[in-house]
Write a protein of this length. Structure first.
Length: 83
């Protein structure tokens, strides 16, 4: 999902939301950290360096090339399997 919730409003309805579908949804916070503020070409090939810290990287947030977890992956990740 390249962009943020405001860039493709037509895609998000009552059934689907940017936050549920996009692995990079946590990158964007209100009007402060937006796709334009962090990823616009005017910031260069690595985006706005003020946006990146820890897990929040240009690759995750701007390129959005991580895969989203399915509901099954999320559910089973909480199950302890060691005995």
């Amino acid at each position: 999902c390249r962009g943020d919730p405001s860039t493709t409003k037509d895609c998000w309805d009552g059934s689907y939301s940017f936050g549920e579908c996009c692995p990079n949804a946590d990158c964007w916070m209100g009007e402060t950290f937006t796709y334009d503020f962090c990823c616009a070409d005017r910031h260069g090939p690595e985006g706005n360096q003020a946006c990146w810290s820890g897990d929040f990287t240009h690759q995750l947030c701007c390129l959005a090339n991580a895969t989203s977890n399915s509901w099954a992956d999320i559910l089973t990740s909480e199950i302890e399997t060691e005995q």
